[in-house]
Structures are given as C-alpha cells and as structure tokens.
Design a binder for this molecule. Structure first.
Ligand code: GLV
Ligand code: MN
Ligand code: MN
Length: 418
C-alpha cells in the first residue's frame, strides 16, 4: 500500500509554479495555449518531473507529453492517468495541471518503493483541451483517441498561424497527427483527477467526489452580417445593425436555457464586433454559443430552439445569419466498476463517498473511445474556476493523491485476481 505523504501538496505547489512566466504566455495572468512558448517551457519542466519520478518520457505527434512507468510485465496495457496542460485565458493554476501533477506523484511513490504493478502507468499531459488557441477543443486527447478529423489540421489561430505551422515549430506537422493515435488494446483504463470547478463538494464539506459522467457539449459559431453605416446619419428604421440583432440572439440563448429549468446550460462567452467603433453601426458580429446537458436529446432540443429563435431574429431585422458547429461531443459515462473502486479509495481516506455529474468538459470525453474511464473531483474554493482566483487546499490535494494511490492498488488487486 502506498502511504499518504505531502505528495498532493507538492502537486498543488507545482501547479502554482506553472501558473507564472515562463510557463504562462502573459506576464501578469495565466494563459498557456497549445504550442506556444509557455507550452514549450511547460513540457520541458513537466517532462523533467516525470523523469525524476522514474518514467520514460516522450512527446507524440500532437506534442502531448507522455511519461511511462513499466509494469511487472514489459509492454503490458497501461492505466493512463491524464489531464491537460493548456489553460483558458486569464485562467487558474489548477484546471488541468493538477491531474497531471497528481499522476506524476502516484508514479513517484511507486518508484520510491520499487513497486511494479500488473499494468504500466502512463501519465499524459494533453496539449489542448480548452480550445483556447485554435477554434476547436480537446485536440490533444482526440489525437490520442484517434478521433481527430483530418480537417482539424486546416484551422488557424487568431494571428493566422495554422495548426501545421505551430506543430512544425515543435518538430512535428499536421500530416503526422494521425500517428499520435494510441493502438487499440493498449489502455486498460483511464483515470483523470480534476478540480470540481463547481461548489457542490465545498457546500457538503467534502474534499473528493467520484464523477458519474460528463455532460454532452455542443459549440456553435454564429456570424451575423448586417450593414455598417454612420451612427449619426442612418435613421433607426433604415438600419441593419448586426450588433443589435446579435444582442437579441444572445438574450434568446439565455431565455431558452432558463426556460428549460433542467441541467441544460447555454453560454455566449465570446463576441467580436466589426468594425468596432463608437460612431459606426456594427456591420459584422461573430459569437460563440456553448450548449450542454446530461443527455444529448435535451441538449439538441435546446440547440434546435436556439437556432430557430436566432433565424427568426435575423429575418425580422434584415441581417444574414450563418451558424457553424465547431464542437460536438456526446455525454461521457464513467465506468461503473471503476467508480466503485474510486468510491472505496475515497472512503479509505476517511470521507464518505459522493457521486456527482460533471458539467465541465474533460479529456476523459475523448479517451472513452479507447476504454473505460474514471474521474476524481477535488474540491476547489468557492467552486471558482476559469478565473485567476481558482484555489485548491494542499490538504485536499493530499487526499486526492491518497485516493488515487488507493484506486491504483485496488485496480492492481483486481487485475491480479482476474
Ligand atoms: C473545459 O473547461 C470546458 O468545460 O469547456
Ligand atoms: Mn477548463
Ligand atoms: Mn480542465
């Protein structure tokens, strides 16, 4: 049995270290996009920590960082422990890296005791989960899962840098992306530890929870084209104001989600207005719509209602509306057998088990294509995430480490007994 130490606290401290330059692309806040200079510094640093923990380290064609700790039998299928190393803009320190740092600590503890399990452990730091650089998300884990469409390589970031050019900077290229796909049968199970990013655990005085599944996601990009004009001379009845139309669309998105009175949530999180001057009527507006629910049919019914409302507003206001789907993921159920193991491991840390659903997206949604997945949620202060105030108590990170070690031990026993 691996003993609980201050390993979790070290994992949390490493997340804080990674939240500052040179591991952030901004001097004052955290932003670490996939394949940026901060990302390069981060995979170098995290790769060194993986080596110290006894792992063999490599980068795949998507520049995901992968550390492997062999099992008792060489080339045995692996328990993959993963999460992401990229961040949102002005993000918090723990969303993503905590799961990677805790995975490294689990391996470090095994290595220190010279223990080998009946499976290998691979810790993966995925390069892109947030979609904060290119207009699609989970590029890293989808590349590993083998579910990344070849068109992903055609995308460009806001500066016009293509995925291919960004990969070339790291010695890879878009044509090689398919080679990041993991061979079927090489993953025994996937475990992801992540901050809850919500207030439930804190409200109940619990450090840890077992995730039952992850909500279905749909992300749209809407383009509204009106007619730009002089803000002082075009009379109100003669305007085709793209921003005024978009504002009504944004309100409709919220109204439809509120009226659903369920787990459905819908968000317009980004809007761009052109030409964007105080004295010019907006001619073009682009905005995102993110729609999530525990079940695909609930999500899709809301998406259809939102599309219909937006079409109606466009027709009424004489603007042209174009809507593209940029991200569509079904809900991801966690594996019942792995959930039981995680519950038992949590109870062994001294708190009752607690199961909860994830409204946030995670790399597990992609990795489920390769095998059974489990997720451990860790309490975060005030439920705050995607914000610099994100905080995890080091004692909770220690509890998470203990639960992960307990999960690994129990999985080892199951595999040995099988
Ligand atoms: C990732 O953080 C997401 O849920 O969008
Ligand atoms: Mn996030
Ligand atoms: Mn995350």
């Amino acid at each position: 049995m691996v003993s609980a130490t201050a390993s979790g606290a070290r994992a949390a401290a490493r997340c804080i270290e990674l939240s500052r330059a040179p591991y952030s692309d901004r001097p004052d806040r955290l932003f670490r996009g996939w394949l940026t200079p901060a990302y390069r510094a981060t995979i170098e640093r995290v790769g060194a920590w993986m080596e110290d923990a006894g792992m063999t380290v490599r980068r795949d064609a998507a520049i995901n960082l992968i550390g492997r700790y062999e099992g008792a039998t060489p080339a045995a299928p692996a328990l993959v422990i993963g999460s992401h190393l990229d961040s949102v803009r002005d993000g918090g320190a723990y969303d993503g890296p905590l799961g990677v740092m805790l995975g490294i600590e689990c391996v470090a503890a095994l290595h220190a005791e010279g223990r080998r399990l009946p499976f290998a452990i691979e810790v993966i730091g995925f390069g892109d989960e947030e979609g904060s650089r290119f207009p699609a998300a989970m590029l890293g884990s989808r590349a590993v899962a083998g579910t990344l469409a070849p068109q992903a390589a055609d995308m460009a970031d806001a500066e016009g840098v293509s995925v291919d050019a960004a990969l070339r900077d790291f010695g890879s290229d878009a044509a090689s992306l398919a080679s990041a796909a993991r061979m079927p049968g090489t993953m025994l199970a996937y475990l992801e530890a992540h901050i809850e990013q919500g207030p439930v655990l804190e409200a109940e005085g619990l450090a840890l929870g077992t995730v039952t599944g992850i909500a279905a996601q749909l992300r749209l990009e809407a383009t509204v084209t009106g007619v730009a004009g002089h803000a002082g001379t075009v009379t109100m009845p003669l305007r085709r104001d793209a921003l005024a139309a978009a504002a009504r669309m944004v309100a409709a998105v919220e109204d439809i989600a509120v009226a659903a009175a369920s787990d459905l949530v819908a968000t317009v999180g980004r809007i761009e207005v052109a030409p964007g001057a105080a004295n010019v009527i907006a001619g073009d507006v682009r905005f995102t719509v993110d729609i999530r629910a525990g079940a695909t049919d609930r999500r899709d019914r809301a998406a259809a209602a939102i599309r219909a409302a937006m079409d109606g507003i466009a027709a009424e206001r004489g603007v042209v509306l174009d809507v593209a789907t940029i991200h569509d993921l079904p809900p991801c159920p966690c594996d019942p057998r792995l959930m039981d193991l995680l519950d038992a491991a949590i109870v062994a840390t001294g708190q009752p088990s607690r199961r909860l659903m994830s409204g946030a997206g995670h790399d597990a949604m992609a990795m489920v294509a390769l095998g059974p997945v489990a997720m451990l949620f860790v309490r975060c202060a005030g439920g705050i995430s995607h914000h610099p105030a994100e905080h995890v108590d080091p004692a909770d990170a220690d509890a998470a480490f203990a639960a992960m070690c307990g999960f690994i031990d129990r999985l080892g026993e199951q595999v040995r007994d099988a």
